[in-house]
Design a protein. Structure first.
Length: 346
């Protein structure tokens, strides 16, 4: 049995209620590792609701903002420092420390870096990461896609593990009766405005769900809200049950990203419902979507409209089968366990 610390971010509780793909993945991974016989301790905010053994005396940033309104800009760093102090006091209790946060853990781990693993749930090709990797060439990093791994220095590469989710969270729907769907942050990286244009060009309604991006709130008001109408309805943030209904009812998920997406969790959530994914050929998309099998990989709005016309070619039961073969939490946990064992063998 491997004693594993799973260190979640402090932005949302783990698991999250609405937005928080990283926290969702961390919790599903932790549960799957425990089911596989591992000894797992979750480091997560105090407002997390979980049956896993948990360490963390301080609330998430989301909880503080809900209670107090706008908080000082240094609060996220303070929460991370407090979490790292709790981790530092307990390092000897774990064989592997698996961190899903930003930067500070690398310094805290010190000589234990060789028996740690870091998963970065964001892009890795920007200046902050270049500085980070240059200073910590001995920090093992698991990429969440081959597209993301391409931005990692060779010295840091510990393997590729695609995300997975709990197999029973979403159920197959073979008779969708609803419109097209978009689920994601309302931001220029995800382009919900493009999703609306594509749906209208195809003559189909669309429902959009997700949070307004706190880092770019003007985008929703300026680019999305003016396009909303009876055929393009924004339903706001959704929990797991509401997301299951939205995705299960949808003829297809539109994923018109405009950035190098490192994974894209909603794509596999749609597949779990049997819902085809029409996604732009950026970042991890061609690794996740099997063109003509689980959806279509496109390069333009015109190609997306054409793909909507081909949805009858996709077998929804087949989409679900590919999800079960490739993107479950149990498969994700097995892949990580293999990396843990490799690190410990060194």
């Amino acid at each position: 049995m491997i004693r594993i610390a799973q260190v979640a971010p402090n932005i949302f509780p783990t698991p999250p209620l609405y937005h928080g793909g990283t926290e969702r993945v961390v919790h599903d991974l932790s549960v799957a590792l425990q089911n596989a016989g591992m000894d797992v301790t979750l480091f997560a905010p105090s407002d997390s609701v979980t049956e896993l053994p948990r360490v963390g005396d301080y609330p998430s940033l989301a909880a503080l903002e809900a209670r107090e309104g706008r908080v000082a800009p240094g609060v996220p760093a303070a929460l991370e420092a407090l979490q790292m102090e709790g981790l530092a006091r307990r390092l000897d209790a774990f064989d592997i420390v698996h961190c899903h946060g930003e930067f500070a853990h690398a310094a805290i781990l010190g000589a234990r870096r060789c028996r740690s693993l870091t998963t970065i749930h964001w892009r890795v090709d920007e200046r902050d990461r270049a500085l980070f990797f240059a200073g910590f060439p001995d920090l093992p990093v698991a990429a969440i896609s081959a597209a993301q791994q391409a931005g990692l220095p060779a010295a840091n590469r510990a393997g590729i593990v695609h995300h997975g989710i709990a197999c029973d969270r979403y159920a197959l729907r073979t008779d969708p009766s609803g419109p097209l769907a978009f689920v994601g942050r309302m931001t220029d990286q995800k382009r919900p405005d493009v999703a609306i244009r594509v749906a209208r060009a195809a003559g189909l309604p669309i429902r959009l769900a997700g949070t307004v991006d706190v880092g770019n709130p003007g985008y929703f008001d300026g680019m999305v809200r003016p396009l909303l109408d009876d055929d393009a309805v924004y339903v706001g943030p959704v929990d797991d049950a509401a997301k299951a209904r939205l995705l299960g009812d949808a003829r297809a998920l539109l994923f018109p990203i405009d950035w190098p997406e490192p994974f894209g969790l909603v794509m596999i959530e749609a597949m779990a419902c049997g819902t085809p994914v029409i996604a732009w050929n950026r970042g991890s998309v061609p690794e996740i979507v099997e063109d003509g099998v689980t959806g279509f990989v496109v390069a333009s709005e015109a190609e997306a409209v054409a793909a909507i016309g081909r949805l009858g070619e996709i077998d929804r039961a087949g989409v679900r089968r590919r999800f079960e073969a490739r993107f479950t939490a149990d498969r994700m946990a097995a892949d990580y366990i293999a990396i843990y064992r490799t690190l410990l063998a060194r």
